[in-house]
Design a protein around this ligand. Structure first.
Ligand code: ADP
Ligand code: MG
Length: 438
C-alpha cells in the first residue's frame, strides 16, 4: 500500500493546507473587522465627548470670560472639576490681542508644540484635530483637540482650545490588537491540530473503499487471466491444426478472435500491473539474461501482427548483450513500445529496434515511421488512460494504459523514458536504464 499511502498522505496534506488557508483568511478578516469596529466606536465616542465638554465650557466662558482673572498657571475656580477626570489636557482661551488665558494645562511645556500645530486655526464652528506632540523622548502624547471662536454681540472675544489626552486609549488599543492576534494564533494552532486529525478520520473510509476496489479489480483480473490463456492457446491450436483448410471468411474471423484475445489479455495484464504497483506489491526481480535473445523472442511473437500489416519489424543491433536487471518488466516494457509502434504505423511502414550500453547506461530505442505524436500530446501520453486519438481506440483496442505502465516500470528501475516524435513522420522512444557494474 506504499504508493496509495503516499497518495492519501498528500491528499490529506493538501486538505489540511487548504483548510488552514481558509482559516487564516477567516481569522484575519475577523481581526480586521473587530479592530476596525472598535477603533471607529472609540474614535466617535471620544470625539463626541470632547465636543460635549467643549460646548459646556463655551457656555460657561461666555458668561464669565470678562471677569476671568486668567493669570498664567492659575487655577480657575469656575472650571468644572469633572473635566479633570475626563483626561482634559489643556483648556486655553486666546484673546484677539494674543493674550493667552490658561484655564487648564498638563504642563507649560505643551504650549509651544500645541500652538505650532494650531497656528491660524480659528474655526467659527467647533473644529476638530488629531495631534501627536512630543515633550521629551519618553513623553509623547496623542491628543484630540477642539477649537471654536467665541462671539459676544457679534464681536469676537477670542478662541477656545480644549485638548484631551487619548494616549492611554491608543496604547490600550494596541495592547488589544496584540492580544487579539495572540488569541487568533492560539486558535489557529488548535484548529490546525483538530483539522489534521479530522482529515485523517475523513479520509479513512476513502482509503477503505479504495482498497476494497483495488482488491476487487485485482481479483477479477486474476480470474480472467486463466480463461483468456485457455482461449488463446485454443485459438492457436485451431489455427495451427486446421487453419490451412479454413475459408477466407473463417480465417478472418479466427485472426480477429486472436487479436481480441491478445488485446484483452494485455488489458488484464496492465490492470493487474497497475493495481500491484499501486499497492507496492510489484517487486523488481533481477536476473541475468541476454538482451539480444529476449528481443529476438519478442520480435518473433509480433511476427504475425507485423506481417498482417505488412510492416517491416527489424532488429538493428545484433550483438549479444548479457545484462542483469528485471527481465519480466523489461519484456513488458518492450511489448508495450513495440505494440504501439505497430499499432500507430500504417500498413507498409517500418519499425526498428536498437540498443547500446555505454557508461553503465543501457539505451534501447524503438523507432517507427508511423502517424507520430504532436508536441502537446507528447506531454500526456504517459498519463493513465490517455489516448491521443480517441476515435481510433475502438478499432485498435487501446486503453491508454500502456505507456503509463511503461513509465512506472522505468521508474521502478530508476531509468528514464523519452519520446521524440513529429506528426505524420514517426516516433522514437528511448529507454535508458542504469546498469551498474556488479
Ligand atoms: N509509436 C507511437 N506512434 C504514435 N502515437 C503513439 C505511439 N505510441 C503511443 N502513441 C500515442 O500515445 C497514446 C498512449 O499510448 P498507450 O499508453 O500505449 O495507450 P494505447 O496504446 O492503449 O492507446 C496512444 O493512444 C497514442 O495516441
Ligand atoms: Mg499502447
Amino acid at each position: 500500500m506504499k504508493h496509495n499511502m503516499n497518495l492519501f498522505a498528500s491528499t490529506r496534506k493538501q486538505l489540511t493546507h487548504y483548510n488552514s488557508g481558509m482559516l487564516i483568511i477567516f481569522l484575519l478578516l475577523f481581526n480586521i473587522v473587530i479592530s476596525l469596529v472598535l477603533f471607529l466606536i472609540t474614535y466617535h465616542e471620544q470625539r463626541m465627548e470632547l465636543f460635549d465638554i467643549g460646548k459646556q465650557e463655551i457656555n460657561e466662558l461666555n458668561m464669565d470670560i470678562d471677569e476671568y482673572p486668567g493669570g498664567q498657571n492659575q487655577e480657575n475656580p469656575l472650571v468644572p472639576s469633572i473635566n479633570k477626570t475626563k483626561g482634559i489636557f489643556l483648556t486655553y482661551f486666546l484673546k484677539p490681542n494674543h493674550r493667552l488665558i490658561i484655564i487648564d494645562e498638563y504642563s507649560s511645556k505643551i504650549r509651544e508644540p500645541i500652538f505650532k500645530n494650531v497656528k491660524n486655526w480659528k474655526p467659527d464652528k467647533m473644529g476638530f484635530k488629531f495631534l501627536r506632540i512630543e515633550l521629551s523622548e519618553k513623553d509623547s502624547h496623542y491628543l484630540f483637540l477642539v477649537s471654536q471662536n467665541i462671539y459676544q454681540n457679534g464681536k469676537r472675544k477670542g478662541t477656545i482650545y480644549i485638548g484631551k489626552d487619548i494616549t492611554y486609549l491608543i496604547t490600550m488599543y494596541f495592547h488589544f490588537l496584540f492580544i487579539l492576534l495572540g488569541i487568533s494564533l492560539i486558535f489557529f494552532v488548535i484548529a490546525l491540530l483538530v483539522g489534521h486529525t479530522m482529515t485523517k478520520q475523513a479520509i479513512k473510509p476513502i482509503i477503505k473503499a479504495y482498497t476494497l476496489q483495488s482488491e476487487f479489480i485485482a481479483n477479477v483480473s486474476h480470474e480472467l487471466r486463466t480463461p483468456l490463456s485457455v482461449l488463446q492457446s485454443g485459438l492457436e491450436a485451431i489455427d495451427f491444426e486446421e487453419g490451412k483448410h479454413f475459408s477466407p471468411i473463417a480465417k478472418n474471423i479466427l485472426s480477429d478472435l486472436q487479436e481480441e484475445v491478445r488485446s484483452t489479455t494485455q488489458l488484464v495484464n496492465h490492470l493487474l500491473y497497475l493495481i500491484r504497483s499501486d499497492s507496492g506489491e510489484q517487486p523488481t526481480k533481477k536476473e541475468n539474461f541476454d538482451l539480444l535473445i529476449l528481443l529476438q523472442q519478442i520480435i518473433r511473437s509480433f511476427q504475425r501482427l507485423s506481417e498482417s500489416k505488412d510492416i517491416k519489424l527489424d532488429l538493428l543491433t545484433l550483438h549479444p548483450l548479457p545484462i542483469y536487471t528485471d527481465k519480466e518488466n523489461i519484456k513488458q516494457l518492450l511489448y508495450i513500445l513495440i505494440d504501439n509502434a505497430l499499432k500507430y504505423t500504417p500498413n507498409g511502414g517500418n519499425v526498428c529496434i536498437s540498443y547500446e550500453q555505454k557508461d553503465e547506461i543501457l539505451t534501447i530505442v524503438v523507432q517507427d515511421n508511423g502517424i507520430g505524436i504532436s508536441s502537446e500530446q507528447q506531454q500526456h501520453i504517459f498519463d493513465r488512460f490517455y489516448r491521443a486519438d480517441k476515435s481510433r481506440s475502438r478499432q485498435t483496442g487501446s486503453s491508454g494504459l500502456g505507456l503509463s505502465i511503461g513509465k512506472s516500470i522505468i521508474e521502478s528501475l530508476h531509468g528514464t523514458i523519452k519520446v521524440s516524435s513529429k506528426l505524420n513522420a514517426g516516433s522514437k522512444f528511448f529507454i535508458m536504464i542504469p546498469l551498474p557494474n556488479r
